[in-house]
Design a protein around this ligand. Structure first.
Ligand SMILES: *[C@@H]1O[C@H](CO)[C@@H](O)[C@H](O)[C@H]1NC(C)=O
Length: 329
């Protein structure tokens, strides 16, 4: 017992100046389920960096749900949790039996994040606030505004931002849906590459910030990160971070009718309405173009969806009589 005292003193004295920001309270979520390889590898990587990590994520795959907010009204229904992770009939939320920081919730991604914020985090972090919501890494890229609205991974991040909590959404180009039990443990397993990149990003975001005094991101602002494709045998293992914008080379679906089946099929279209330059730094490259190379795109977003006043003013002026006004206020 006595030997413990000097050890504690030594470590307290040797803490670096920015130590207060080095251990964050992180709520980790995603849309591919709590049992996916990427989220579990990221959980381990963030914990290894000394963060207090609480994972609260959907019980089953919830890709493409955007910000849809669906709460459970039953316990777990057939076929059970993703990859057999939860038995049929289990409660609608619960934790791993060996780790009380790993939670599932049977709702959409945005609802899972908010369930984490309102119900689980207060039990876990007490009165201390969540410093950062980390959503992902998604299995597959989510580049551009069309996927921003569509992606459940990004949906969980913007719902968190709207609740006032700094949040980042991460999407990895490799779209393979896989259980954490398939992680090879090798450094170049794509889940582990993605996890290390998230840990590096979080360290950079927190560097020099005392979160008891300063938020990690301004109110209403989040970050969307798109990683390139990596995997076994792929030469892309260390994609550098590049500052980007959401528009530029971004795609939306175009629909045509398959002449053989008569059913609609979709293909990617680089549409002009999707790639306008109205907000942000217009000199930055588009995230779609950057993450197609061996680079990680980092775009800063806001949830203030109003058009800039220079764009909105003439429209509002044109409609002034509709608003019962003779001139613009
Ligand atoms: C994506 O990841 C899976 C699982 O590790 C791997 O089998 C696959 O080869 C990867 N894809 C690419 C294009 O590297």
């Amino acid at each position: 017992m006595l030997a413990i005292v000097p050890v504690i003193l030594f470590s307290a004295l040797s803490l670096p100046a920015y130590s207060k920001s080095s251990s964050l309270n992180i709520l980790l979520t995603n849309d591919d389920s709590w049992a996916s390889a990427n989220i579990r590898a990221t959980y381990s990587a963030l914990k290894a960096d000394g963060h207090n990590v609480l994972l609260v994520a959907p019980a089953v795959q919830q890709s493409g749900r955007g910000g849809t907010f669906v709460l459970p009204t039953t316990n777990i229904t057939p076929p059970g949790g993703e990859f057999g992770s939860i038995p049929v009939g289990a409660p609608y939320f619960g934790h791993d039996k060996n780790d009380q920081n790993l939670w599932y919730f049977n709702g959409t991604p945005a609802a899972s994040a908010v369930f984490g914020i309102d119900i689980i985090a207060p039990m876990h972090f007490g009165s201390k606030p969540i410093d950062l919501v980390v959503s992902g890494p998604n299995e597959g890229g989510n580049n551009g505004p069309f996927l921003y609205t569509l992606s459940g991974t990004i949906g969980a991040s913007y719902a968190s931002v709207e609740r006032g909590i700094p949040a980042i959404a991460i999407s990895a180009g490799n779209g393979t849906h896989r259980s954490f039990t398939t992680n090879t443990g090798a450094k170049d397993d794509p889940a582990n590459i993605a996890a290390q990149l998230v840990a590096s990003f979080v360290a950079a975001l927190a560097r020099g910030i005392d979160t008891t005094k300063t938020r990690l991101l301004p109110l209403g602002v989040g970050i969307g990160i798109n990683m390139p494709v990596f995997g076994p045998g792929n030469s892309c293992v260390a994609p550098p971070f590049i500052s980007t914008r959401m528009t530029g080379g971004a795609t939306i679906d175009k629909i045509s009718i398959d002449p053989t089946t008569g059913f609609p099929v979709s293909t990617d279209l680089v549409a002009n309405g999707l790639n306008v330059l109205l907000n942000g730094n217009t000199r930055l490259p588009g995230e779609t173009i950057i993450s197609a190379e061996c680079k990680t795109a980092v775009s800063v977003y806001s949830v203030d969806y109003d058009a800039p006043s220079a764009v909105a003013d003439p429209i509002q002026k044109h409609l002034a009589s509709l608003f019962g006004k003779t001139k613009l206020d």
